[in-house]
Ligand binder design. Sequence first.
Ligand code: TPP
Ligand code: MG
Length: 537
Amino acid sequence: MSATLVDEFVRAGLTDAVICPGSRSTPLTLAFAARHEVTVHVRLDERGAAFFALGRARATGRPVAVVVTSGTAAAELHAAVAEADLAGVPLLVLTADRPPELHGVGAAQTIEQRHLYGPMVRLFEDVGVARVEGAEAWRPLAARLYAAASGPRPGPVHLNAPFVEPLIAPPGEIPTARDQGPWVVADSEASARAAGAVAGARVMCVTGTGASSADVAAALRLGWAVVGDATARGTLPYVDALLRDDELAARLRPEVVVRLGGLVASRTVAARLLEWGVPVVAVEGALAVADPDGVVTRRVAGALDAEDGRARGDAAYARQWREVCDRVDAWIVDALGEELTEVAVARDVVEAANESGVALVIGSSMPVRDVEWWAPPRTGAVYANRGANGIDGVVSTALGVASGTRALALVGDLTLLHDLSALVDGVGEVGGTLVVVVVDNAGGGIFSFLAPARELEAPDFERLFATPRPVDLVGLAEALGHRGERVTSREGLRLAVTQALAREGVSLVVADVPSRARNVAHHEAMLAGAQSAGRAG
Ligand SMILES: Cc1ncc(C[n+]2csc(CCOP(=O)(O)OP(=O)(O)O)c2C)c(N)n1
Ligand SMILES: [Mg+2]
């Protein structure tokens, strides 16, 4: 049965399976390992394994299978399933289970696994104990699971598969495969449907997580002013700083807004959309456009068509944005100097990714904000777990992206420590190169921007929110068999990243940045300077 399941997955296009060691999942493990078409990644910690699969699925654009044994192992996948649900990433979650007679009687490693992830999965299946006579059912079961994960609304699916002893048996005859039609119907009429609202207007397009890169590219070609989150390619930078300024916000006010995908990290953008009250058209691809403030006035489904003349915006408006951004960019380059600040690290890492053409994975907290707010436009693939915004699993996600190739990651020190077990397996047996740049501000720097930093006594704030951990990050990397290096200048950072990208395996580049308090003051000074440079035109 497991062989049939895997055969159908392979037919559908599966290339990667992440497997965690365990006994009950033996049939699935051996079925995947028997297929030369499938790259098997063996990882110890199920929580990290699921995030690794998420990274692989993001990088390949295809569903990736995760196989775990019964019990708490299955529960460990929950966080990545939540992210995959909200970010629309296809995952085939396969949990082995004990048969019904071992439930409720105190058997070892037995927990309630049915509907374990609730409504977060696109499809849940449990066809009961695998039996040789039931083999026919497993091919359509696999096809259903793969199709539900792939779309039209991609996301995680869950198969709970109870197995009885013996767990190792030669595979029986695999039922013949049947061909099916295509699952996803494409539609490029969204721009036509939005055309009435946007034709010739000052169109600002806001793109967030889950927006397709083809839609973002089309929005740019339609002459709209496109601003995006950290993962967007080629969008206008510095939007948070610019829109925080009343004068610039008035000058750059659009007549209509088009929204793609999730939210940007900047709350300023959300606040201006509320204040402006202009029509907001949500163009929905695979995922619904997030709208917690209820600003969307119209929803259209489908993909944007860059060639649709009816949807062209006012080109002078996009040019106006571009000119302001260019002035700000020149000011930032000049103002930053050589000091290794958090803003400088974000810029240097983005530039290194752009120049080397490797994918970039950005951690939650300040890195994702500093890239969105202060980095130049990204030219390559950028990923961030912005579905649920967790600081968990980021290193594992980056390892999944780096597997068999090269990638860069930018994470905070606590984000690294949170996913330390990822470094136990490293890039894994497939190999690859991952350079993790750690912004070491000794704790959660983001909290210094928030109310507790102002309201609490310093010792309470440090203990309860900032939570610095006196861990030698370089020593830690080395203890786990990786290279580690601490850098204290921008030049040192650039050199370390270039050298590490040329080597196989995981390298940690720990950036020694100024204190969290100085970082807040630096952001304030950057904001004031960028805004006055923006106004100066
Ligand atoms: C799984 C999870 N736990 C807790 C949080 C809350 N949280 C947000 S940012 C943050 C601190 C992150 O610190 P670090 O990685 O050093 O980044 P910095 O804030 O310094 O940029 C925490 C604990 C979260 N987002 N996700
Ligand atoms: Mg930190």
